[in-house]
Design a protein around this ligand. Structure first.
Ligand code: PLP
Length: 436
């Protein structure tokens, strides 16, 4: 096997074949999967997910041994049932943001007592559902939500375990749409209000305060924002406990960023060793630690396979029109995100001189439907491409826009591929429409 394509994609590599080179994910030849299942097709490496999880497990090992750490996979990143089952079996809890996600966790065999419920807009129905199911903790995001959760719990004769999401006002230095820990964001309770809000929560009969939570953003590639957020949260922990409210756990929110395009996030194990050392140094060695990683567990485990439909040369730009689109891969249109795009079977080097600069675009009727700008590719119609780093926030954000059925998904274990989601038909997408 030749060298991996990206440091972040350890299980993706070209293998030499008599006719050239073919791209493999673990032991599966991606061109075979595209032929069998069609395109667009998401393919995930099980080993890449387990390796990514293992880095967090190593970092938190000392607390895990004492039963004082919980890795709650944030399933908004990829909520495929097979992936949830994999993480549940590997010992994960789950971070959910809707009643629908709770149903998914249960359908995949997840343990409800290891579920935490985040999000600014939980409905009463969702609160009831989560209380009836017996989830581990509600991460409450506003004073108004505390009061409503208290009402719902009292109505049901239950006590809701709560942690309050505080806003540490730390700049995560990420894209503004996925930065969540600044004062201007809609998330969490302002640092200055935190003690008063905890005092209010502690007086409500339907609530039991169990922890504190923060989440400063996603795709964070530096360690400084985490270290700064921890210090700010610990200042609050000390103030809240001094006010007579003990806290059982500290939840530090989502996980690290991933390598999309030469990004160099810190290793999860090294970062967590540092964070635990600071917790110990400040006298919080006995507290349980929760984390909610999403992207870093699945992002670089997945690729999206797509076929080149047409090449369209233009005066200013050349377009490479592929069969995957913004409904399958929404991140470029949403955040101008970069995904590396590579051929499944690169043409030989003599032809590589014919590489052309393309805009790689999908078939959807929006100028925003692009997957990559300025990509040098040697391709012909009918060639297949892989869009890399497509395991997180792609399929879970996919839609039926333009009445396009959502793509199929395959999970690879060694040489063994397993279909984990069938391709949606057009009829699936209008199944709930009603003709008057
Ligand atoms: N927890 C919360 C509350 C989130 O909003 C998110 C995503 O933004 C996550 C966890 C997962 O973050 P990431 O995918 O960056 O690990």
């Amino acid at each position: 096997m030749t060298a991996p394509l990206l440091p972040g994609h350890p299980h993706l590599a070209y293998r030499a074949t008599p006719s050239g080179q073919d791209l493999y994910l673990e032991g599966a030849r991606l061109a075979d999967l595209a032929r069998i299942h069609g395109t667009p097709l998401f393919v995930y490496s099980q080993q890449a997910m387990l390796d990514a999880l293992a880095a967090y497990q190593r970092g938190l090992a000392s607390r895990i041994e004492q039963g004082k750490a919980r890795i709650c996979y944030a399933l908004k990143a990829n909520s495929s049932l097979a992936i949830l089952q994999l993480f549940a079996r590997a010992g994960c809890g789950f971070d959910i943001v809707s009643g629908g996600e709770l149903e998914r966790v249960l359908a995949a065999g997840g343990d409800p007592t290891r579920v935490i419920f985040s999000g600014v807009g939980k409905t009463r129905t969702e609160m009831r559902q989560a209380l009836d199911t017996g989830i581990g903790c509600f991460n409450v995001e506003s004073e108004a939500e505390l009061d409503v959760l208290n009402d719902v719990a009292v109505e049901l004769g239950k006590v809701a375990p709560v942690s309050i999401r505080v806003n540490p006002d730390v700049d995560a230095k990420t894209h503004p749409y996925i930065s969540t820990g600044l004062k201007g964001n809609k998330f969490g309770i302002a640092h200055e209000r935190a003690v008063a809000v905890y005092q209010h929560a502690a007086r409500l009969p339907g609530l039991k305060v169990v922890g504190i939570d923060c989440h400063i953003g996603s795709q964070i590639t530096e360690e400084r924002p985490y270290l700064d957020a921890l210090e700010r949260v610990l200042d609050l922990v000390e103030a809240i406990e001094a006010a007579g409210i003990p806290l059982h756990h500290i939840d530090l929110g989502g996980g690290l960023g991933i390598d999309y395009h030469g990004d160099t996030p810190p290793a999860a194990d090294a970062l967590w060793h540092k964070l635990l050392a600071r917790l110990d140094a400040r006298g919080h060695g006995a507290k349980a630690i929760f984390i909610e990683p999403g992207r870093s567990l699945v992002g670089n485990a997945g690729v999206c396979l797509t076929e080149v439909l047409y090449l369209k040369p233009g005066e200013q730009k050349n377009f490479c029109i592929v069969d995957a689109a913004m409904n399958d891969l929404p991140r470029p249109a949403m955040y101008e995100a970069y995904h590396q795009i590579v051929p499944l079977a690169p043409r030989d080097t003599a032809q590589a001189s014919a590489a052309v600069n393309y805009e790689v675009v999908g078939p959807i009727c929006e100028s925003g439907d692009w997957l990559g700008h300025d990509r040098m590719l040697t391709v012909q119609a009918g060639d297949q491409l892989a869009v890399l780093s497509a395991g997180a926030y792609c399929m879970s954000m996919a839609s039926n826009y333009n009445t396009r059925g959502r793509a199929a998904e395959v999970l690879v274990r060694g040489e063994q591929p397993t279909l984990i989601r069938r391709r949606e038909s057009a009829a699936d997408s209008f199944r709930h429409d009603i003709l008057p």
